[in-house]
Design a protein around this ligand. Sequence first.
Ligand SMILES: [Zn+2]
Length: 396
Amino acid sequence: MSSSVPWRAIAAIAAGVLVVTLSFQLPKSSDSAQNTDGQQISSASDGAVIAGARDSVTAPPIGQPAKDIPLPLPGEKPKQVVVISIDGGCETSGGVATDLLDVAQTIQARITFFITGLCLLPDQQRNAYNPPNRPRGSSDLPFADAAMVERRVEVFDRMYREGHEIATHFLGHFCGPSGVGTWNSADWDSELTQSRKFLDNWAKYNPQAASAPTLSFDSSVFTGSRTPCLEGDRSQMHRSFAEAGFRYEASDPGALQWPRKHEKSDLWLFPLPAIKLAGTEKWVLSMDYNLLVNQNDGEVNGSKETCQRVEEQTYDTMMMALEGVYEGNRAPLVIGSHLNDWLCSAYVKSLHRFLKDAAEKYPDVDFVSFQDLADWLDKMPKNVLSELQELEAQRY
Ligand SMILES: [Zn+2]
């Protein structure tokens, strides 16, 4: 019947025309075309909002000061560096990212934040995400609460301005069977392209976050990655990441040893080392989740006593690892964390204490990002580096 159909149809067409018209009228800075995907974002099929009238990001990114780590001379003990690497990095209502930034500021630490981009994509926009091998709009991590986005953008901006590294932990965080372990390089390409899209266009998906600043960086600052649950077919991943121009990959398990480059892809491999769990003879990957499995059977809730025990043991574990490499082979110490609130935030609290106390006990230690580490290793004389790489994994 002609009387019931047309209004809806006309309204839909009119809305479509409006979307297309607005998207073509958007001003574009000369560099934004490669980083933004405004026309696709405006398509009705992915459920996204109409592009806003302001830019999401500064393109190109503002400069960050270089971190100069002195190069070792042959036979000289190199600087001890520590890399704190955070998976997620999205601000919470409790302010966990800001708290870490405050601590980092007091000791001039630079941290690597592997951000999960879905924390800027509100739940209403979930269908904009089309994950490999999973239904459109699905994710193993929650999509964003729209009210949190503004604060997250402010905190990401602060991170970058204070010299921290922004890298990627991708989007949907699919672990286990049918997760990222099944992805080929085209799947990784797709995930990475979408990771860039949701960062570079966050404002267009979040018209409600009108007072958030323009981000001082865009996704061109991604030069490395850590995969969800450290999973993924290495050859497929490495091919995709090397083509994307990445410099390093940080998803392998490893030991307290000097890093090496992956020959085929030329990526630096920066593994999470096994470190000794204080008070035991167990060697556990230096990541909150792996510690939790060994300290409390993976159980995230516990009594006050359990929380206290785990906080102390985690703190001691990190201090012992630092002492081990500092007095030993001086391998860069890599520590991973999700900044979660497990066990009364025992891992966050111990990380804060570790940073403050380690900086005080070892004033010559540098807390640097993976990017700083890659710069340092690339500048190191070949013969000096290869001698360091020959050293055995540090035990203590
Ligand atoms: Zn993760």
